[in-house]
Ligand binder design. Structure first.
Ligand code: DOR
Ligand code: ZN
Length: 344
């Protein structure tokens, strides 16, 4: 068994860094492990303009430990009324790397999201034109659709038509949770890829209800049946260029999770690489981790690969039960567990 694993420096293609005190508390967890991260725009208010994207990037950089080499890659939040020129300008000015589509009311701070994709065809044409990837929260939100079916139905109702109507648009199906999504992406053209989180690789939906309601396992899209988790593990470790690392790290104060209406999100940034390494090891695929973590993402986005390396060692580390932040506590993913990998 290998005792160390050295890979090219990885990137995280899906993070929530929040704002204010929470931003300062969480950003360095991501910056310690990853050279770049795609930063989600679902702030209050959301990042819908170039000026807001630039200002948010400045706040992130002000919060990053100056000894760390970290670049946040900003995203625009698509609304029914955002102008195509905002995306073109964002790209031209080097502010927006991608744009995020939240179906309205699908998840945290998505009330201003897109109510119907037909409202944004002009925006999608502009993105296709400038080569800006569309990042999709792929769930329908109809009240009559079961929460566990939302992603699979999104493929039929939205994805298939979207890919047909915008054949040149780069699309990332974010944080996929189903076999249907993994199969769809594997079979689509090279303009379609997916991110996979560490947590959806490690537990199925039973974890949310084990002996009672477990709010720290609740995220969106919600974890699915075991057969889906196994399909995700197969996709992530397959070596296919279509799947890459995106943690969807989504911190919420402990009280906002342990509540009558608990927020969705798993804070996995502090031990993200160790968690992925464990999964890849269990699948006998440690040799594929570098592609997933450090190569497939930049190649899809058309960005250079990172210079430098990071080394993981086979060394136990205990994950704390909770982390104390400046204004609140937060429960990390793998809380209380001993992980068998450590980032050197
Ligand atoms: O679990 C989630 N948390 N899923 C999302 O889509 C949003 C995120 C958040 O911002 O908290
Ligand atoms: Zn997210």
């Amino acid at each position: 068994m290998t005792d160390t694993l050295t890979i090219r420096r990885p990137d995280d293609w899906h993070v929530h860094l929040r704002d204010g005190a929470m931003l300062s508390d969480v950003v360095n967890h991501t910056a310690r492990q990853f050279a770049r991260a795609i930063v989600m725009p679902n702030l209050k208010p959301p990042v819908t303009t170039v000026a807001a994207g630039r200002a948010y990037r400045d706040r992130i950089m002000a919060a990053v430990d100056p000894s760390l080499d970290f670049t946040p890659l900003m995203t625009a939040y698509l609304t029914d009324t955002i102008a195509p020129s905002e995306l073109r300008e964002g790209k031209n000015q080097g502010v927006f790397t991608a744009a995020k589509l939240y179906p309205a009311n699908a998840t945290t701070n998505s009330a201003h999201g897109v109510s119907d994709i037909k409202h944004i065809h002009g925006v999608l044409d502009a993105m296709e034109d400038v080569g800006m990837p569309l990042l999709l929260h792929g769930e329908v939100t109809h009240k009559d659709v079961d929460i566990f079916d939302r992603e699979a139905i999104f493929i039929d109702e939205v994805m298939v038509g979207l890919v047909r109507e915008h054949p040149g648009l780069k699309i990332v199906f974010e944080h996929i949770t189903t076999k249907e999504a993994a199969d769809f992406v594997a079979e689509a053209g090279d303009n379609v890829a997916a991110t996979i989180t560490p947590h959806h690789l490690r537990y199925n939906r039973n974890a949310i209800f084990e002996g009672g309601i477990r709010p720290h396992y609740y995220c969106l899209p919600i974890a699915k049946r075991e057969k889906h988790r196994l399909a995700l593990r197969k996709a992530a470790t397959s070596g296919s260029h279509k799947f890459f690392l995106g943690t969807d790290t989504a911190p919420h104060a402990v009280g906002a999770k342990e509540s009558a209406c608990g927020c969705a999100g798993v804070f996995n940034a502090p031990y993200a690489l160790e968690s992925y390494a464990l999964t890849f090891q269990e699948e006998g695929a440690l040799d594929k981790l570098e592609k997933f973590a450090s190569i497939n993402g930049p190649k899809f986005y058309g960005l250079p690969l990172n210079e430098g390396t990071i080394t993981l060692s086979k060394k136990d580390q205990k994950v704390p039960e909770r982390l104390t932040l400046s204004e609140t506590d937060i429960i990390p993913f793998h809380a209380g567990e001993t992980l068998s990998w450590s980032v050197s």
